[in-house]
Ligand binder design. Structure first.
Ligand SMILES: C[S@@+](CC[C@H](N)C(=O)[O-])C[C@H]1O[C@@H](n2cnc3c(N)ncnc32)[C@H](O)[C@@H]1O
Length: 339
């Protein structure tokens, strides 16, 4: 995950921002002949690190280590048995490393190249263009877990809490919550067909399909909320599209070329989806009387220099309403203020 923390900054900095020197590496890339003379994992990592560096690929060493480790059946290079570092690779392995590395030269994110990535200890399938879960989103899961731990529905009550996730993407948030809250149920919605299909696949893969209802739904459509199964919910959680529309062009090639723009583009003020969620929350939440977000002034949210607005709302009243706190250059959070 450390890779992502650093890689993400590079990705979001993008060309022309933060002194990035990156350009479109693949424009000049040509298929390369087999790597005669290179045979061990260590040599291959060094070779591809140099190639990536020369082509301005971010996280050159980490990228090559992940690729080589993956082909050798490990998650990280460090977790490979030391004997494998120096052992000659088969020609099939060499070929495979070359193919995967060529995708990295085309700026494909490592997560898509490997086809899987860990989130909250779960191994999730990753398929373009479904949004790759960011490490910051793990914090959102932690807040929800903290919140649930403080509420009575956390203990012993089957089917509780009932959680709605708006924009489930790969299913990262929903499935993490299900795996850590064995009594909970989740309704996961997304307007992207690829996202819905990947959430289904990840739910099956993790054997969590029995407690999740996955719905293909555009949450901005009028009729959308009349057909929710299981009635009003205890919690609404979302990591909605969050990039200001005018910043979309500035995104790094990894994001711009591979991730679904609909997962990123939050409209002119970055608030399109979040405003919808706040408006709908009284209908969606149990104890519909009180929406913790009522005190959140959308105008104030819009003034925030945010790139990301993860959010969760609960059915319980929080007298102090919502606070906004920025934990990194990447995100603004909405969280309940506790008394
Ligand atoms: C930033 S991604 C978050 C994905 C996932 N929750 C995560 O954190 O990895 C936002 C998701 O919201 C979905 N989305 C965007 N607009 C939507 C809408 N109007 N209704 C439902 N889902 C939407 C996108 O398809 C995308 O999967």
């Amino acid at each position: 995950m450390e890779l992502w923390g650093r890689m993400l900054w590079a990705l979001l900095s993008g060309p022309g921002r933060g002194g990035s020197t990156l350009g479109w590496a693949f424009s000049s890339w040509q298929p390369q002949p087999p790597l005669a003379g290179l045979s061990s994992a260590t040599e291959l990592v060094s070779h591809w690190t140099r190639v990536f560096e020369r082509r301005g690929i971010p996280e050159a060493r980490e990228s090559s280590e992940y690729i080589v480790a993956h082909v050798l059946g490990a998650k990280t290079f460090q977790s490979l048995r030391p004997a494998l570092w120096t052992q000659p690779l088969t020609s099939q392995q060499l070929q495979c490393i070359q193919e995967l590395s060529s995708r990295r030269l085309q700026r494909m994110p490592v997560q898509y190249i490997l086809g899987e990535w860990d989130f909250q200890g779960l191994s999730l399938r990753m398929v373009p263009p479904v949004f790759i879960p960011r490490p910051e989103t793990e914090e959102l899961v932690e807040w929800v877990l903290e919140e649930v731990a403080q509420r009575s529905y956390a203990v012993g009550s089957p089917g509780s809490p009932l959680i709605l996730e708006v924009g489930c993407g790969s299913g990262a948030i929903s499935l993490s919550l299900l795996s850590q809250l064995p009594q909970s149920r989740v309704i996961a919605v997304d307007k992207g067909e690829a996202a819905i299909s990947l959430t289904h696949e990840n739910a099956q893969r993790l054997q969590l399909q029995d407690r999740i209802w996955i719905i293909h739904l555009d949450m901005t459509s009028e009729r959308s909320w009349t057909h929710l199964p299981w009635g009003p919910v205890d919690l609404v959680v979302s990591n909605p599209p969050y990039i200001f529309h005018q910043d979309m062009e500035q995104l790094a090639p990894e994001i711009r070329s591979y991730e679904d723009p609909a997962a990123l583009d939050g409209g002119e003020e970055g608030m399109d989806i979040i405003s919808h969620i706040l408006a709908l929350a009284p209908q969606l939440l149990k104890d519909s009387g009180h929406l913790p977000g009522q005190e959140a002034d959308p105008a104030e949210l819009q003034r925030r220099p945010s790139n990301q607005h993860p959010l969760f709302l609960t059915a319980q009243a929080f007298p102090q309403g919502l606070c906004h706190s920025e934990t990194s250059s990447m995100q603004t959070q909405l969280c309940p203020v506790r008394g």
